[in-house]
Design a protein around this ligand. Structure first.
Ligand SMILES: NC(=O)c1ccc[n+]([C@@H]2O[C@H](COP(=O)([O-])OP(=O)(O)OC[C@H]3O[C@@H](n4cnc5c(N)ncnc54)[C@H](OP(=O)(O)O)[C@@H]3O)[C@@H](O)[C@H]2O)c1
Length: 280
């Protein structure tokens, strides 16, 4: 697995996101991923499976395996969610400490604010206090744009260490990626397959299918290679054993600069949102 350095921490360039995975499925998938070499796992308070994930990871971590547990504190009301999340009403610090008691003294390796909202900069400042006090290795924010990152900097004097945003061939997010590179912010691509909703279209894109043929890879593998070769961490979701294996098979080949640029020309700035119609 290729890695990227983030503030002295070597993070794997591929991770598993477990949105809407629960119980037996989650445990089996995480176990299969670990057996296949995955070491970064992404959840959120909103997914309501943090404890289940921690339960699957803690024994591996206790054995000294370098496994990263990443989660998110809620931001604003997310599209499709029935609940308002009253982050503003509670101290972030208190919420973090109470929330992670199940981790018995451990804390997440990477802690992200799930989205922006009015006044998110002040909440992020509290996350910075929390990070300092409890030595959380990395913190960051999801679903932001460049102006919001600049605003965060103007209020807190810090850039986020990690930013997680939607990135795939139809939504390259190039301006934000370039800005983050310039400022030394690590970028994570969430929904690299657009929740699975664009995969059928990509199977008809000659640029992708030709490259898949050239390298004897699948279209999803070409997409993940394009993302990770930009030094962006790809956070995929899969419950299919074959796909889990396929998705990690992307580190033995290299796309040329020209091929990377060709894939980038597919961009349409087309966001598929935060919630899939398929992955309920
Ligand atoms: N911060 C945020 O607001 C935010 C928002 C959305 C997502 N995320 C994170 O990002 C993760 C991934 O994003 P996502 O859930 O939107 O899904 P995604 O990874 O873009 O797409 C998942 C879909 O792709 C399919 N798939 C995966 N590998 C495949 C392969 N090799 N060939 C064909 N199909 C394949 C999966 O089906 P199979 O199960 O059959 O493989 C599933 O239907 C989430 O779980 C979550 O952790 C964060």
């Amino acid at each position: 697995m290729e890695c990227i350095d983030c503030n002295g921490i070597e993070l794997p360039l591929l991770g598993l996101g477990i949105y809407s995975m629960h119980n037996g499925i989650l445990k089996g998938v995480v176990e299969q991923c670990i057996n296949n070499g995955y070491r970064l796992f992404d959840t959120a308070q909103l997914y309501e499976n943090e404890e289940e994930l921690w339960d699957s990871l803690k024994r591996q971590k206790a054995k000294g395996k370098k496994i990263f547990y990443q989660t998110k504190i809620p931001g604003k009301l997310l599209q499709g969610s029935k609940r308002w999340l009253y982050l503003n009403k509670k101290s972030v610090k208190q919420q973090c400490v109470n929330k992670y008691s199940y981790m018995e003294g451990s804390l997440p390796d990477i802690y992200l604010l799930h989205s922006t909202f009015l006044g998110f900069e002040r909440q992020y400042a509290k996350m910075l206090d929390f990070q300092q006090k409890y030595c959380v290795p990395l913190i960051g924010i999801c679903n932001v744009n460049v102006d919001e990152i600049k605003s965060l900097y103007s209020v807190t004097g810090k850039y986020p260490q990690v930013v997680q945003v939607e990135i795939h061939p139809y939504h390259s997010n190039q301006i934000l990626v370039d800005f983050c590179k310039e400022k030394g912010i690590l970028v994570e691509a969430r929904s690299p397959f657009a929740h699975g909703d664009a995969l059928a279209d990509w199977q008809c894109e000659a640029i992708l299918t030709d490259l898949a043929r050239t390298y004897n890879k699948t279209v999803p593998q070409i997409i993940l290679r394009w993302i990770t070769q930009q030094k962006i961490i790809a956070i995929i979701r899969s419950t299919n054993p074959q796909h889990i294996q396929e998705n990690i098979g992307i580190f033995g080949f290299h796309l040329s600069n020209q091929e990377m640029e060709m894939i980038s020309t597919l961009n349409k700035d087309e966001s598929y949102g935060v919630k899939s119609k398929n992955n309920k």
